[in-house]
Structures are given as C-alpha cells and as structure tokens.
Design a protein around this ligand. Structure first.
Ligand code: SAH
Length: 398
C-alpha cells in the first residue's frame, strides 16, 4: 500500500512465522534472521517472513520479546489507528456495564494485548485515568494517548496521571517520571459495587488499586455471613470490606506493609466507621499463618506475583505450596479458602497442581467449589493465552 510509511524491517528465520500466522502478538529475539534499516527501541517495525512477505507491524523492544505486534494488516499506525483501538476498548467496557456505572466507578479501560494495545494499561478511577506504559513505543506516544482519552471520555475525564517510572524496560534510556499530565485536584475516592475506597495512584502499587479482583471480592461477600475471616495480603483491604458487608463475624486483615495496613484501615472506616469486627495487622504472611490453628473459617490468600520470569517458576511454586499448605492445615473444619496467583508465567494447571500438593501435604480432604479468573475488563485475546494471568480457586476443607 502506497500510503504506508516506510518502516525498518525485521526478517524472520524460516518457519518462525507460524505463531504470527496464528495471531500471537509477540516476536521472540531467537526468531529473527536479520534487520533491514536502522532500528531504535520503541520504533515501529514491519515483521516479514523468511521470504520477506509482510506478517505484522509492531513496536520494537530490546529483550527476549523483540516486537509486540500492533497490527497484522499493513496499515498506517497514526492517530486514527490509536483512536479506533481506544474507542473500541471504551465501547467494550460500556457494553458490559462498567464504563457508565453509578455503583462501580473504577475499571480497567485498556488491558494491553487484551485490547490489542500491547504495552499499554489504563485504569480509570472516578474521573482519573492512570496510564501505565510497559514499552518505549507506547511511552513515546503518550501525548497522542492523552488527546484520544480526552476525545473518547469527554467530560468524564478530569485528570490523567502518567505512571511509567518503574514499568518501562530496565535498559530503556527514557526518563519516565510519574506525573499529572492533565487536570488537577483529582477525586481520590472511587466506588466498587457501592463500596468506597481511596486510590493512591501516586504512591500505591501498580495503578493504585487491584481492579482485577472486583468480581472475586464480590463473591467473598456471598461466602462471608457468620464467618471469621482472614484477609491475607490485604493491601487496600478490598476483600475485607466486602466480607464485612456480607455479614462476617470478624475480619482480620494482614499485610507485611505498614502502609497497606493504614490504607486498609482507612478504607474500612470509609465504609464501616468504628466497626469493631475489623482488625488489621502488619505482619509477614508465613509468620502469621503459623499460629492460627482453628481461628478462621474463611481465608483469602492473594499474594503478590511470586514469579515474574520463567526461570523462577519452580521456586515460586514452592512458595505458593508452602503458603497454601499452612492455610489448609490451620483452617477450621468446613472452612473455605480463596487462593490466588497473579503470576503470568504460572499456568492454570500448575496452579491447581500446586494446590493439590498443598492439600496432600496438609493431609486434609479438599474440594474445589469454584474456579476464578480475571473480570471482563481484563479480556484475554484467544491467540494470546498468556494474557490470562489471574487464577483462583475456592476450596472447601473438611
Ligand atoms: N488482595 C489485594 C492485593 C494484594 S497485593 C487486593 O485485593 O487489592 C499483595 C500484597 O502482599 C501487597 O500489599 C504486599 O505488601 C503484600 N505482601 C508481600 N509480601 C508479603 C508477606 N511476605 N507477608 C505479608 N504480606 C506481603
């Protein structure tokens, strides 16, 4: 097509085009035969098969993934291209009842590969869009994304906070800073299923709140009546205030970070001021879980990702197993555990096998009641199964 700007080209080794023919959006460095033209990290690049036929266009990256594909068609990657993708992402959230919902004002607007926008995450919190880039290519078009957000969200958008300081590749020589790039005086309280929470995108982890647990938190509410609940790795305390609304007898929130305990207490107070059912403790999970025999009958285990890379999967699985075995050992008879892993490199099968070994180690009868995953505003491109990162099981312990 004559309108397409001339881009550097990356030619693959014979046979290495197969995954791209199946629309998998990553090109690994080992698949590359040669590069034609000058290529700087973050540039747009055309990917060609070994016979130099067009396969895809993407952002180039230095690392084991060398290209993240933006399009499998030979199109111009311009303002309209980005606008169409972000508009579609918004329309999807609207069609599933999230984008204009009075009870839930926090949702993920753009979920990387799941919205065909690899390297870009946008979470929306009651007027504030928190934009996080994971590739230099996306970071370079930050201003374009800002303009598009203004167009797509209109007066629903009050503030945009850019937060890519710690998420761009380690060796990318880009001085990303976390800063407001639009608006000011943001509203920092958002709603999830009618419950209130403070979001601290400036200092908090990721974009400030884990919107991906929305539906699982909501499910906790259904399981909580009359139970003694332990919310381990509580961070913002999300699971805790749902359990309280669900009629829990008592709720204990635990996190190793003092700051998380403070946030949890603040959030619980926002919803249930001076409710004595709740207590929060700053303590290490493994230590805390050693002394809780028969104290709880609902335990939530939502740890941080123990494995961020393939080469540490084995150790991570051991860590998860130790954690789960402790909870299974100590929970009361008839107790229920919500156990999660958000490590992308750990598969659903590995996670389930790990819980199996933990149950065997604890020597108790365990049944799976429900299998959990991420919600619909974190869509998984069917050709990119790695996008399904959140795995959870609800188990019943005899
Ligand atoms: N369940 C939370 C998200 C958990 S994020 C939610 O619904 O939003 C993981 C949390 O685990 C972080 O807050 C981190 O401080 C905490 N953490 C990490 N290592 C820990 C440890 N060894 N013991 C206790 N908490 C830990």
């Amino acid at each position: 097509m004559s309108t397409v700007a001339k881009l550097p080209k990356l030619v693959l080794k014979p046979g290495k085009e197969q995954s791209l023919n199946r629309f998998h959006p990553w090109v690994f460095s080992g698949a590359i035969k040669k590069i034609k033209g000058d290529l700087v990290e973050g540039d747009l690049v055309e990917v060609l098969d070994s016979k130099e036929n067009f396969l895809a266009i993407g952002h180039s990256i230095i690392g084991s993934i060398s290209v993240r594909v933006l399009s499998f068609e030979q199109v111009e990657i311009d303002y309209d291209f980005w606008k169409e993708k972000i508009q579609k992402a918004y329309d999807l959230r609207k069609s599933i009842g999230l984008a204009e919902n009075k009870n839930t004002t926090a949702y993920r607007l753009v979920h990387g590969e799941g919205d065909y926008l690899p390297g870009l995450i946008i979470d929306f919190y009651n007027g504030t869009a928190v934009v996080q880039m994971h590739t230099v290519g996306m970071y370079r078009i930050q201003n374009t994304i800002l303009e598009i957000l203004k167009e797509v969200l209109g007066d629903k958008l009050k503030t945009v906070f850019s937060k890519s300081e710690g998420t761009l590749p380690y060796k990318a020589y880009v001085d990303a800073i976390n800063e407001y790039i639009y608006g000011k005086k943001p509203e920092k309280v958002a709603l999830e299923n009618g419950l209130k929470f403070h979001v601290d995108w400036e200092k908090g982890q990721k974009t400030g709140f884990f919107v991906d647990q929305r539906e699982n938190r909501s499910l906790i509410e259904q399981y909580s009546a009359g139970r003694d609940v332990l919310n381990m790795f509580c961070y913002t305390g999300g699971f805790s205030f749902y359990a309280m609304r669900g009629g829990a007898n008592k709720v204990h929130s635990v996190d190793s970070s003092e700051r998380a305990i403070q946030i949890t207490n603040d959030n619980v107070n926002l919803n249930f001021p001076e409710d004595e059912r709740h207590q929060a403790y700053a303590e290490d999970a493994f230590k805390y879980l050693s002394g809780i025999k028969d104290q709880y009958d609902l335990i939530i285990l939502d740890p941080p990702a123990f494995a961020k890379h393939q080469n540490v999967v084995k150790n991570a699985l051991q860590g998860y197993r130790r954690l789960n075995a402790k909870a299974i050992e100590q929970i009361r008879t008839g107790g229920i555990i919500f156990t999660f892993s958000c490590s992308q490199v750990i598969t659903k099968e590995q996670f389930r096998t790990m819980v199996f070994s933990a149950a065997a180690r604890a020597n108790r009868k365990v049944r799976i009641l429900q299998q959990l995953t991420q919600p619909a505003d974190h869509p998984v491109d069917i050709y990119h199964p790695e996008g399904e990162y959140l795995k959870g099981l609800v188990i019943y312990v005899e």
